[in-house]
Ligand binder design. Structure first.
Ligand code: ME8
Length: 729
C-alpha cells in the first residue's frame, strides 16, 4: 500500500423521507471511486451518513406523529440498510444526532465564537424551510432556488462573519487551490462570490430540533438557540474523523478531503460556507465584531487552506424522472429497492451452490451492479440525466447481457469444450501464411496484445476525471473488439479441423479472448464489483477482492496470465431481462402509498400553478382580468441543449433548464436561429401549456418571442442574474 491517502465523502442525506435513486447515485459514484483508489493502493476513507436536525425534520416527524429522534432513527436506518443491501463500502456512517458529532460541532462553534467570527444580532428575513436557508427575496415571494413559499422569520441570531472571506475564497478558487468541478459550477460559485457575501445567520431560536449553541455564547442570548442545520451538517466531514475529540488520528491521517461529492443544488453551501468556516479556524485570525474584516496576506490563507480546505468539490447533475428533478417533495421518485427486488431474481445461482436459488444478499449485489452500471454509463457525469425503467432494461440487455456477459460465456464455454477448461497456449507473431482471413485474425490478435497496456494508460485518466460514461464506453468498445475478433476467427470452425495451423489458431483465439475478458473485468471491477468477482473466479484467477487488495488490478500485464490456468465453474453472468420487467417495476412503484414519502408542509409552486390551471376557461372577452393573466405561467429558463431535428427544416429541439427542472421544447425557429446561437441563452418560457407531440417528440412549453407578420421571432430575454425558474408576473 502506498502512503497516499484518499478521502471521499457524499452529502449526508436528510432523513425527512426515505432514500431514492438520486441518493443512490451519489453514493454509487463515491463507492466506485473508493473501490478504485483502494485498488490503486491508496489508503482510502469513504464517508456517508444522515443529516438529522432542522425544522424540516422536526415538521416531518410531527406530521408522522412521532418524536424527531424516533423518526430520524427509522429513516437513517433505511439509508444504512439500503447501503448494506447494495454492498456499499463506506468506512463510516455519520449521524448528526450522534453524541460524537454533537460535541464536535459545539467545539467548532465555540472556537469560532472565541475568535470573534460569530456574533449575536437581530435579523428579519425570508426563510425557505425546504432548503433550510434564508433567501434574499421580499415577503410573499417564492424561494428563488426551489420556487416554494418562504416564511418571514424574525429572530435574534448568531451570525458567522462570512463577508470577511469573500476575497480569500475568490483567490483560492481562481488560483485553483480550491478546485470546483465541473467548470460550470465553478463559474456559478465565482459569480456568486463576485456579487459579494453577506454574513450568515447560523442559529435558530424558533424551534428546538438541533444542536444547542454552547457556552459561553449561549448565555449572551435572550433565548435558547440551536446551531443552523447547514453548519451542523457540513461539519460532519471533520467530526466523523474525530475533529475536536480526544482522538484525532483519523483526522490527521485523512483531512483534508480529496473530494466532496455533491449534487449541483448544494454547491453554495459546500464551496462558500464550508471553506469559509474552515478558513476562520485559522488561529492567526482574530476578528472582533467592532473591527474591520481581518486582513491576512493571501499566502497565509493559502498555507492554512492547504491543510484545512477540501482539495476538490465535485458536483454532479440531477436524475430526472418524468422530466423533472427526482425529489421527495415532488413525489416523482424511484426507490432503489424496487430495482433490487425486480432485478435480484435474475441473478443466476453460482454453479457450486447446493440450493437452486442464489441467496438474497447475492441477488441484491447483482441488482446493485445493474443500477451502478446504468447510472455511470448512461449519464455523462456533471449533466442531468433522465431515468426510466425502459432505458435501464435496454442498457442492461445491450451492454451487460448481450455484451459483456455474452462474451464471457461464449469464450469460456469454448475453452471448456475444446481445451477441457484449461487456458490454451497462444502462438502469436507468426505471419499467418497465405490465407488472408488467417492473416487478418492474426493481426487482430497481435493488435489486442500490443494495445494491452496502452489501453489501461488511456482509460485510467478518464476515471480520475469522473468521466465514467466515456470510461465505460471504452470498456464496451474493448468488449466488442474481442467479440468481433472471436467472430472473425470462428473457433467453432477451427475446432472441427485436424489441421495443425487451425489448432494453433484456435488456441491463440481463445487465449487472446480470455486475456481481453481479464482486462475488461479488471477495468469494470469498481463499477461492477459483484459480477466481476464471478467472472474473475470463472477465469480461474481466484478472488478479485484479493487481487485488488494486493495491487494486482492496478496495471495488468499480458505475461501474467498463464496458459494452463484452469477455469472455475461456469454460470451465466447476466441473463437477458424481459421488457415486461419495466411494467413490473412501474407497478411496484405505484403500489407504494405516497404517505411513505412524507414531504414538508409547503406546496411546490408547480402544484399551485397546476391547481390554478384547472380553473374554468374564461368566456370570450377582449380584456382579461388579472386572474386570467395569472393563469399563464411564464418562467425564466436557460437553453441547455439545442439541436436540429432530422427531416424537420423548421423545428429545433431544445432542452431548457428551469431551476430544478429540465424540459424538452420543440420550437419552429430553425429558419432564424442555429443551435449554436441559442445555447446558454436566458429566455422566457410559458410552462403551463399542455404538452403536445410533434414529429413523435413531446414539446412541453413555448418560448416567448416577438415577431411581425411571420418575420424573424426575437426571443424575449432577461438579465443573467434572473434566477432560473423564477416566475414573470
Ligand atoms: O441536501 N439526482 O440532503 P438531501 C441526483 N442534507 N442526486 C440527487 C437527487 C437527484 N434527483 N436527489 C438527491 C441535503 N440527490 C443535505 C446535505 S451535506 C453536508 C448536507 C443526492 O437528502 C445529491 O447528492 O436533500 C444531492 O446533493 C443530495 O442527494 C441531497 O440530499
Amino acid at each position: 500500500m502506498s502512503d497516499r491517502t484518499f478521502y471521499v465523502t457524499t452529502p449526508i442525506y436528510y432523513v425527512n423521507a426515505r432514500p431514492h435513486i438520486g441518493h443512490a447515485y451519489t453514493t454509487i459514484v463515491a463507492d466506485a471511486l473508493a473501490r478504485r483508489q483502494r485498488l490503486l493502493g491508496d489508503k482510502t476513507y469513504f464517508l456517508t451518513g444522515t443529516d438529522e436536525h432542522g425544522q424540516k425534520i422536526e415538521r416531518s416527524a410531527a406530521a408522522a406523529g412521532v418524536q424527531p429522534q424516533t423518526f430520524a432513527d427509522q429513516v437513517s436506518g433505511s439509508f444504512a440498510g439500503l447501503w448494506r443491501r447494495m454492498g456499499i463500502t463506506h468506512d463510516d456512517f455519520i449521524r448528526t444526532t450522534s453524541s460524537r458529532h454533537k460535541q464536535a460541532v459545539q467545539h467548532l462553534f465555540a472556537t469560532l465564537y472565541e475568535r470573534g467570527f460569530i456574533v449575536l444580532r437581530s435579523y428579519t428575513g425570508q426563510y425557505c424551510v425546504s432548503d433550510e436557508a434564508f433567501v434574499d427575496v421580499a415577503p410573499g415571494e417564492p424561494c428563488p432556488e426551489c420556487g416554494r413559499i418562504t416564511e418571514t422569520l424574525s429572530e435574534e441570531n448568531f451570525f458567522f462573519k462570512l463577508s470577511a472571506f469573500q476575497r480569500p475564497l475568490l483567490d483560492l478558487i481562481e488560483s485553483g487551490q480550491l478546485a470546483i468541478t465541473p467548470e460550470t459550477r465553478r463559474n456559478e460559485v465565482l459569480s456568486f462570490l463576485q456579487g459579494g457575501l453577506k454574513d450568515l445567520s447560523i442559529s435558530r431560536s424558533s424551534f428546538t430540533w438541533g444542536i444547542p449553541v454552547p457556552e459561553p455564547a449561549a448565555s449572551t442570548a435572550a433565548q435558547k438557540h440551536v446551531i443552523y442545520v447547514w453548519m451542523d451538517a457540513l461539519a460532519n466531514y471533520i467530526t466523523a474523523l474525530g475533529y475536536g475529540s480526544s482522538n484525532e488520528d483519523l483526522f490527521n491521517a485523512f483531512w483534508p478531503a480529496n473530494v466532496h461529492l455533491v449534487g449541483k443544488e448544494i454547491i453554495r453551501f459546500h464551496c462558500i460556507y464550508w471553506p469559509a468556516l474552515l478558513l476562520a479556524l485559522n488561529p492567526e485570525l482574530q476578528h472582533k465584531s467592532s473591527e474591520a474584516p481581518p486582513a491576512l496576506a493571501a499566502e497565509r490563507h493559502s498555507a492554512w487552506a492547504r491543510k484545512w480546505l477540501p482539495q476538490a468539490i465535485t458536483a454532479h447533475g440531477w436524475l430526472l424522472f418524468e422530466e423533472s428533478k427526482m425529489s421527495k417533495s415532488r413525489g416523482n421518485i424511484v426507490r432503489t429497492e424496487t430495482i433490487l427486488d425486480a432485478f435480484g431474481p435474475l441473478c443466476p445461482p453460482p454453479e457450486a451452490a447446493t440450493d437452486a436459488a442464489s441467496t438474497q444478499p447475492q441477488r441484491d449485489l447483482f441488482a446493485s451492479d445493474v443500477l451502478r452500471y446504468f447510472l455511470l454509463r448512461e449519464i455523462p457525469f456533471g449533466q442531468d440525466g433522465s431515468f426510466s425503467f425502459d432505458a435501464l432494461i435496454t442498457r442492461y440487455n445491450a451492454d451487460l447481457a448481450n455484451g459483456y456477459g455474452n462474451l464471457v460465456s461464449r469464450a469460456l464455454n469454448m475453452i471448456t469444450q475444446y481445451f477441457g477448461g484449461s487456458i490454451p497456449s497462444p502462438s502469436l507473431d507468426h505471419d499467418g501464411g497465405q490465407d488472408p482471413a488467417r492473416r487478418e485474425c492474426g493481426a487482430m490478435a497481435e493488435a489486442i496484445r500490443d494495445d494491452f497496456q496502452a489501453m489501461q494508460t488511456r482509460l485510467h485518466p478518464l476515471f480520475d476525471r469522473f468521466a465514467f460514461h466515456d470510461y465505460l464506453l471504452e470498456v464496451m468498445r474493448l468488449i466488442s473488439r474481442i467479440d468481433n475478433f472471436l467472430s472473425a476467427s470462428a473457433p467453432w470452425k477451427l475446432a472441427k479441423s485436424s489441421d495443425e495451423e487451425d489448432r494453433r489458431d484456435l488456441a491463440t483465439t481463445l487465449f487472446v479472448s480470455a486475456q481481453g475478458i481479464r482486462l475488461a473485468t479488471a477495468l469494470l471491477h469498481p463499477v461492477l464489483p459483484f459480477a466481476t468477482a464471478r467472472v474473475w473466479a470463472q477465469l480461474g484467477l481466484g478472488s478479485i477482492e484479493d487481487a485488488a487488495a494486493q495491487g494486482r488490478l492496478k496495471m495488468l500485464h499480458w505475461a501474467e496470465f498463464k496458459p494452463g490456468t484452469q477455469l472455475g465453474a461456469l454460470t451465466t453472468i447476466f441473463p437477458r431481462a424481459d421488457k415486461g420487467l419495466a411494467q413490473k417495476m412501474t407497478e411496484m412503484e405505484s403500489s407504494i402509498a405516497p404517505a411513505s414519502t412524507p414531504s414538508i408542509g409547503t406546496e411546490p409552486a408547480a402544484a399551485l400553478a397546476a391547481a390554478a390551471a384547472k380553473q374554468e376557461e374564461p368566456t370570450a372577452n377582449p380584456s382579461i382580468s388579472i386572474d386570467d393573466f395569472a393563469r399563464v405561467e411564464m418562467r425564466v429558463a436557460r437553453i441547455a441543449v439545442a439541436e436540429r431535428i432530422p427531416k424537420a427544416d423548421k423545428l429545433l429541439r431544445l432542452e431548457v433548464e428551469l431551476g430544478d427542472e429540465r424540459r424538452q421544447i420543440l420550437s419552429g425557429i430553425a429558419e432564424w436561429y442555429t443551435p449554436e446561437d441559442l445555447l446558454g441563452r436566458r429566455i422566457i418560457v410559458i410552462t403551463n401549456l399542455a404538452p403536445r407531440k410533434m414529429r413523435g417528440l413531446e414539446s412541453h412549453g413555448m418560448l416567448l418571442a416577438a415577431s411581425q407578420d411571420g418575420g424573424k421571432p426575437y426571443l424575449a430575454t432577461v438579465p443573467e442574474e434572473a434566477p432560473l425558474g423564477s416566475r414573470l408576473k
